[in-house]
Design a protein. Structure first.
Length: 45
């Protein structure tokens, strides 16, 4: 029973991690687009 709960928690964490990565990539692309459209003074590492 404990292992089941742990497995579910781990899956949730992995899904959250994946979601955060996808969200992070989308935000980075948005920032790049804003920098290109804007004055370009903000540098994206």
């Amino acid at each position: 029973m404990v292992s089941d709960a742990l497995k579910t928690e781990e899956t949730c964490w992995l899904e959250l991690c994946f979601f955060q990565q996808v969200l992070g990539i989308a935000i980075l692309r948005n920032i790049e687009r804003i920098v290109k459209d804007g004055e370009g003074s903000i540098s994206v590492c």
